[in-house]
Design a protein around this ligand. Structure first.
Ligand SMILES: [Zn+2]
Length: 488
């Protein structure tokens, strides 16, 4: 029996116990029997019968037979799944609601079922409960919930300085197992890691569009896309291996989904940029006052974003430097952010930063104005919370251009290459007069004459996928696996 079937059976038993209990009480009262009398007739203590009548204990069939005899009725009558009266149906529904997890989460004392409680009152409570449940279910699959989960996760990363020793250890053990001696992880070494974990690699043209890779655990296969130009072929493979090694169950909510994604990305990053050799490089760069994300990128042959991410993992733990990381779409909206250096990200009233527009004067926006996209961009920014130095780089992706920035407080800039830049801007954000209020003269001139047509952000309308949190198309995945599985 699978978990779903088991849960349904449990549910039915609870329902039966409640309905059965009501029916027993109803018949007992109709027969003019006291609790004590009926209890004596079935050889039980009155308190035990009371528990049964309240639907708090499931009955064995032999007990149902005994009760039917004592109440001078048929077993079928007792087992009738319909509530004996409308009132009983309402009371059963209220009991069920009050015993459920949603009610428990509210921290309210259950309402005792007294005769003085009118049917209308119960109906209203049930309607409110139903609406709460509906809103709860709806919210659990919305961008709102995703943002809340993201905010929580970012706070945890901040507490841990974005350093996860258990994942570093896992990466080290895996690399040791395949004899990796430090430095960049070659494509061949990645494939050996897959073999070590019991997988063969299969490059295909028809990978389901909603996936980056598909792992067939039955046949020990990992399916990957035929290499597309501009993407790191190791990255999808290492993500798949990381997910396998971490062995987490399918996420049930956004919190889990995001946590798994962070852990999977972290482990994949720790495999491509192993801690020991990366720290060696960073520490000697710090000593020479030549820290740079580009050097980390080049030494390990990874993308700028992976290098920037990895830098935030190691900078505070191993170099004692608090940092921030921010990935910003060319529209100015934040797509990812992390900080433990007190930089103030724009946030909505609930603390979510994803989708918030970054100050026009920050390095993350200014880098888009620069013609030269090959040289690293550096900038000092005087912010209300202090002066920061940031380095930014632009990367093009299928969903547009993004800037990836790493920054640090003025006090720590002495360790970084690029500190000699003369670019220095002032940001007053979140004060709206900084960059969010149009110039008065321009506003006067254009307020009635401007008719911009908004580009609808498709992700705004797409909301969240139905069915699974991950948006993976199960139909396509199962059909794909079936089509590619080896014979027999
Ligand atoms: Zn601003």
């Amino acid at each position: 029996m699978d978990a779903t079937a088991a849960a349904q059976t449990d549910d039915e038993e609870v329902l039966d116990a409640l309905t059965l209990g009501r029916r027993i009480r109803q018949l007992r009262i109709e027969r003019g029997m006291t609790l004590e009398a009926l209890a004596a007739a079935i050889g039980r203590a009155p308190s035990q019968l009371s528990v049964i009548e309240n639907g708090r204990r499931e009955l064995r069939l032999s007990e149902v037979h005994r009760l039917a005899r004592a109440l001078d009725t048929e077993v079928e009558t007792l087992l009738n799944p319909e509530a004996p009266t409308r009132r009983a149906a309402l009371e059963i529904a209220l009991e069920r609601a009050q015993r459920g997890p949603l009610f428990a989460s509210l921290g309210l004392a259950p309402l005792p079922l007294r005769k003085s409680l009118s049917d209308e009152a119960i109906e209203t409570i049930l309607a409110l409960h139903g609406e709460l449940e509906r809103l709860h279910r709806q919210r659990a699959a919305t961008p709102e919930e995703a943002r809340r989960a993201n905010t929580e996760l970012r706070a945890e990363q901040r507490r841990r300085n974005n350093y996860y020793p258990e994942l570093e250890r896992t990466a080290r053990e895996l690399l040791e197992a395949v004899g990796h001696r430090g430095g960049p992880l070659s494509q061949r070494m990645s494939a050996e890691l897959a073999a070590h974990l019991g997988f063969t690699l299969h490059y295909v043209h028809d990978l389901p569009a909603s996936t980056r890779s598909v792992t067939d655990r039955r046949n020990g296969r990992i399916y990957l896309p035929i290499r597309q130009p501009g993407t790191d072929p190791r990255s999808a493979l290492l993500q798949a291996l990381a997910a396998h090694v971490l062995g987490r169950p399918e996420p049930q909510d956004f919190g889990e989904l995001l946590r798994q994604r962070v852990e999977t990305n972290y482990l994949a990053g720790a495999l491509m940029v192993p801690e020991a050799s990366a720290v060696e490089l960073l520490q000697s760069a710090k000593k020479a006052r030549e820290l740079s994300v580009e050097d980390l990128r080049d030494a390990f042959a990874v993308s700028y974003e992976t290098a920037a991410h990895r830098f935030t993992n190691l900078a505070t733990q191993h170099l004692g430097i608090p940092v921030h990381f921010i990935k910003v779409h060319s529209s100015g909206a934040i797509s990812k952010a992390y900080e433990n250096d007190g930089v103030l990200f724009p946030a909505d009233p609930l603390g979510a930063v994803e989708g918030q527009p970054v100050c026009r004067w920050w390095s993350a926006r200014q880098v888009f104005e620069i013609e030269d996209r090959l040289s690293p961009y550096h900038q000092y920014t005087d912010k209300p919370v202090g002066t920061y130095w940031c380095t930014s780089s632009i990367q093009s992706t299928p969903s547009g251009e993004f800037s990836v920035s790493v920054g640090t407080r003025f006090a720590d800039v002495k360790w970084f290459r690029g500190r000699d830049t003369i670019r220095r801007l002032t940001s007053g954000c979140p004060d709206p007069s900084c960059c969010r209020t149009p110039d008065a003269a321009l506003a006067e001139r254009w307020a009635d004459q401007a008719w911009p047509s908004a580009r609808l952000n498709s992700s705004l309308l797409a909301a969240m996928p139905t069915g699974t949190f991950t948006g993976v198309d199960r139909v396509a995945v199962y059909e794909f696996l079936e089509a590619h599985a080896p014979e027999g």
